[in-house]
Design a binder for this molecule. Structure first.
Ligand code: ADP
Length: 328
């Protein structure tokens, strides 16, 4: 149950996405900041500054990009860093934008380096230089672009090169959601799915959703499946049974979270252990550990980041049930 969306899930997500800033649950600070940015641009009848959305997967970055376009009443063009492998890929996207359009680039830190420089100029001056020919005969042809607003999303703002980060007028750091905010997400989704669920069932799902709306919506759908198949009501008992079946533990830790936690505690004696060593030992990419797993373990008070590496906290030892050596 990772925080990344599966393909079939995307269609469900479409139906559950809030359509306006007012409908968007939680992230009160970010909502206020965005509201001001959008309102000021509307008053001056110009495109708002470029916006960078940073935070772990499933917290609402794509949703917010759609909301920005909807609030501005402008079309949205969506693409992603991995889809931009050459400067030419980006030139094709940029030259097709209409005035005021919102361009969403997900995982912007994974864009090709050659495209990055083109993007700098496009963000700043709304123009690009297209290179024609090769070697000594190569020339660049300037191309004017329609003014647009770039909304970039990244799992960590620190992954972006400084010149790119500096060209965003506003960076929103999305935080994990509090349990009562997730309860609002679940309540809203249950209503849209026409599924009756008791308040304590909602509470139980919220507590186990890893602070992440995508996971809350997903667990809700598994509970709904369970009730449908077993003919049980949407109460705490059904929630417990369904979540037990899908290996979601009491704290909402998923398989990878637990693997990382056990690796630090058991294999590395509580740490400190370096990120890359840890990543190799659980067979995952360091970037995934750093931007998906670690932020939640740190927030849950299970892991700390020290200059010498990652360390398990006393709570982590307790959570794994492995006795903590006296020397620690
Ligand atoms: P990200 O782009 O950060 O990975 P998404 O924007 O795709 O996350 O959100 C994942 C799912 O969670 C979507 O189905 C969306 O409807 C839901 N969601 C995210 N944030 C909120 C929120 N604040 N309120 C309600 N639903 C949300």
């Amino acid at each position: 149950l990772s925080a990344q969306a599966t393909p079939t899930e995307l269609s469900f997500e479409g139906a559950l996405r809030p359509g306006s800033l007012d409908e968007f649950v939680g992230q009160a600070k970010v909502r206020k900041q965005l509201r001001l940015l959008l309102d000021a641009a509307t008053i001056q009848q110009r495109s708002p500054d470029h916006i960078l959305l940073a935070g772990p997967p499933g917290l609402g970055k794509t949703t917010l990009s759609m909301i920005v376009a909807a609030e501005l009443e402008k079309p949205l063009h969506q693409t992603s860093g991995p889809a931009i492998q050459h400067a030419g890929d980006l030139a094709a996207v940029l030259s097709a934008l209409t005035p005021g359009e919102v361009l969403f680039i997900d995982e912007i830190h994974r864009m090709a380096r050659s495209a990055e420089e083109m993007l700098y100029l496009a963000m700043e001056d709304f123009r690009i230089d297209i290179m024609v020919g090769k070697g000594a005969g190569a020339t660049s042809i300037p191309l004017e672009l329609a003014p647009f607003t770039l909304v970039g999303a990244t799992t960590r703002a620190g992954l972006l090169p400084n010149p790119l980060r500096d060209r965003f007028g506003f960076t929103a750091h999305l935080e994990f959601y509090a349990d009562d905010e997730l309860a609002d997400v679940v309540r809203r989704a249950a209503r849209l799915l026409d599924f009756e669920i008791a308040p304590d069932g909602i509470g139980e799902i919220s507590r186990r959703s890893r602070g992440t709306p995508r996971i809350a919506n997903r667990l809700l759908r598994r509970v709904r499946d369970y009730c449908l198949v077993h003919g049980t009501p949407g109460d705490t008992e059904s929630v417990h049974a369904a979540l037990h079946l899908y290996d979601v533990d009491e704290q909402g830790l998923d398989r990878l979270d637990r693997e990382v936690l056990y690796a630090v505690v058991e294999r590395f004696g509580g740490g400190p252990v370096g990120l890359s060593t840890l990543a190799v030992s659980v067979g995952e990419e360091a970037e995934t550990i750093e931007s998906v797993v670690e932020p939640f373990l740190v927030r849950s008070g299970l892991l700390t980041r020290t200059p010498r590496g990652r360390m398990a906290t006393r709570r982590a030892w307790e959570a794994t049930g492995i006795p903590m050596p006296d020397a620690l």
